[in-house]
Design a protein around this ligand. Structure first.
Ligand SMILES: CC(C)(COP(=O)(O)OP(=O)(O)OC[C@H]1O[C@@H](n2cnc3c(N)ncnc32)[C@H](O)[C@@H]1OP(=O)(O)O)[C@@H](O)C(=O)NCCC(=O)NCCS
Length: 330
């Protein structure tokens, strides 16, 4: 009998209806479809005009529960990776618990790891399952970056989109499931990618950051972030391969965080992967932060790109800095 671990028994995703194309962005900042396409691979992104993060998350989670044929009453744990929650508190997971009628009393909490949020949450849920007690966990990645972007800054606003993805992780002793996962962070490099807008530094100061002057929006050192992303994601995949005595050719599908097609291609090249081994949907959604991997997984599954027994690899990179990976046997 294999060791106790989590198995992805269902996946779901949700992206808002409104499509903001590169042509639409051309009307907002000085940029061109040609520049955005060539430098990022992005053609369009989805933007939610009026939905809350928890509502977007609950839509993806509902689909994951249905795909896994699991009732909300059978969920033992909810973990959401997000850095754009509805409120400072309660957590997005608590709102989703209420929205979907998940059993009161179970633990529900959020993890802040920016674009690595989903893999941090998956790692955490898998460890709860391995420790015993949790049989079914709902793991969500959701972000609404459109609300933390400076829509006058062409260097950042073209890159991101909104959405959510979710999986149900079910206890198993079978051969399929999460073989290993690793999460990392390096706080020394936080200034590479961050969004201020904190609770403030002085109890009596006016809360000027709400709803937010320009300085409350996302800031990024694009070039440096690019290089660190390629290096850390390449290293993270190697760590996962090593942990399981696998070779790059054993990977049936790599689902990387969708930040930039040039980052994805460079990571694939470093490992000698063929284009068929690497999944990308960045052209249609841009960077959806914590949602990008579960949205991509859901699309890959629906497109029949993953078969039973396949080795699927996830890898992410984000603000913090954070990076994470997981190896899964389907
Ligand atoms: C942001 C990014 C696309 C910029 O691409 P790049 O090839 O590095 O481009 P540079 O930053 O060197 O900028 C090149 C030029 O394009 C300009 N530029 C930046 N954004 C532009 C835009 N949207 N449209 C047109 N020109 C733009 C810059 O002003 C610069 O002009 P200059 O040479 O006159 O100064 C790229 O660095 C990147 O993807 N970085 C990683 C970002 C990321 O993934 N973050 C999230 C991680 S989770």
């Amino acid at each position: 009998m294999s060791e106790l671990r989590g198995r992805i028994s269902g996946c779901g995703s949700y992206v808002p209806e409104f499509i903001l194309s590169n042509a639409g962005i051309e009307k907002m900042v000085e940029t061109t479809d040609a520049w955005i396409t060539a430098r990022t691979g992005i053609k369009q992104r989805r933007i939610t005009l009026n939905e809350k993060t928890s509502v977007v998350a609950a839509k993806a989670a509902k689909e994951a529960l249905a795909a896994a044929s699991v009732s909300p009453r059978d969920i033992d744990l909810v973990i959401t990776g997000t850095v754009t929650p509805d409120m400072v508190f309660p957590s997005t997971s608590c709102f989703v618990q209420q929205e979907l009628g998940i059993r009161p009393g179970i633990p529900a909490f959020d993890i802040s790891a920016a674009c690595s949020g989903f893999l941090y949450a998956l790692d955490c849920a898998d460890k709860y399952i391995r420790a015993g007690g949790v049989k079914k966990a709902l793991v969500i990645g959701v972000d609404i970056f459109s609300r933390i972007l400076d829509w006058t800054d062409r260097a950042t606003c073209v890159l991101f989109g909104d959405g959510a993805g979710a999986v149900v992780l079910t206890e198993t002793r079978g051969k399929s499931g999460i073989l290993s996962s690793h999460i990392h962070s390096d706080g020394r490099q936080w200034e590479m990618l961050y969004t201020p807008g904190s609770i403030g530094s002085n109890p009596f100061e006016e809360r000027k950051h709400l709803p937010g002057p320009r300085n409350a929006y996302l800031k990024m050192k694009g070039n440096e972030t690019f290089k660190v992303a390629v290096r850390t994601m390449g290293g993270a995949i190697k760590e996962e391969l090593q942990a399981n005595s696998l070779k790059p050719s054993d990977i049936a599908l790599l689902i990387p965080h969708q930040a930039n097609i040039r980052i994805i291609d460079a990571v694939g090249e470093r490992l000698g992967l063929s284009s068929g081994q690497v999944f990308s949907n960045i052209d249609r959604y841009g960077n959806t932060s914590a949602a990008s991997i579960p949205i991509a997984l859901d699309e890959a599954l629906k497109a029949g790109k993953i078969k039973k027994g396949d080795i699927v690899m996830f890898v992410s990179f984000g603000g913090g800095l954070t990076w994470a990976s997981a190896a899964v046997r389907w």
